[in-house]
Design a protein around this ligand. Structure first.
Ligand code: SF4
Length: 137
């Protein structure tokens, strides 16, 4: 069938992910740093993602494609929501990101605060590079 469906220009896409969160059908995902339409049958062709894109990488085009499948979208979204469930075994959990050159002083302050509190609170310091690699554990 011929209908409206999104088309993504991967050269314009900067991988911000705004379209992914704007898509109510879960039809878009970031794969290798670029937005991709994971299934044509998930895209309803309404274009909620278009105004979110800061680079104009997404357009709607009318082309031959599969029919929009509302049931498949429902199942897909249920599965996606299950995967969003927290796997944390402990709560509360806090992540604090600080610049590398601030670590020494903050680390000492945290150790002292924990020691003064008299409580046994599990904690760990991990150094992460700006591209997300763990440098020091
Ligand atoms: S909103 Fe635009 S630039 Fe951002 S990931 Fe989606 S297509 Fe790429």
């Amino acid at each position: 069938m011929k209908r409206n469906i999104v088309k993504i220009d991967e050269y314009k896409c900067n991988g911000c992910g705004l379209c992914v969160t704007a898509c109510h059908e879960g039809a878009l995902q970031l794969i290798d740093g670029k937005a991709r339409l994971i299934s044509e049958s998930y895209c309803d062709g309404l274009g909620d993602c278009l105004p979110e894109c800061p680079t104009g990488a997404i357009v709607l085009e009318k082309r031959e494609t599969s029919e929009y499948d509302e049931e498949a979208v429902k199942k897909h979204m249920e599965k996606s929501n299950e995967n969003l469930q927290s796997k944390l075994g402990q709560w509360p959990c806090q992540l604090k990101l600080v610049p590398l050159n601030a670590c020494g002083g903050i680390l000492q302050a945290v150790k002292k605060a924990l020691s003064n509190s008299g409580k046994m609170i599990p904690w760990n310091v991990v150094t992460i590079s700006t591209d997300g690699r763990i440098l020091e554990d």
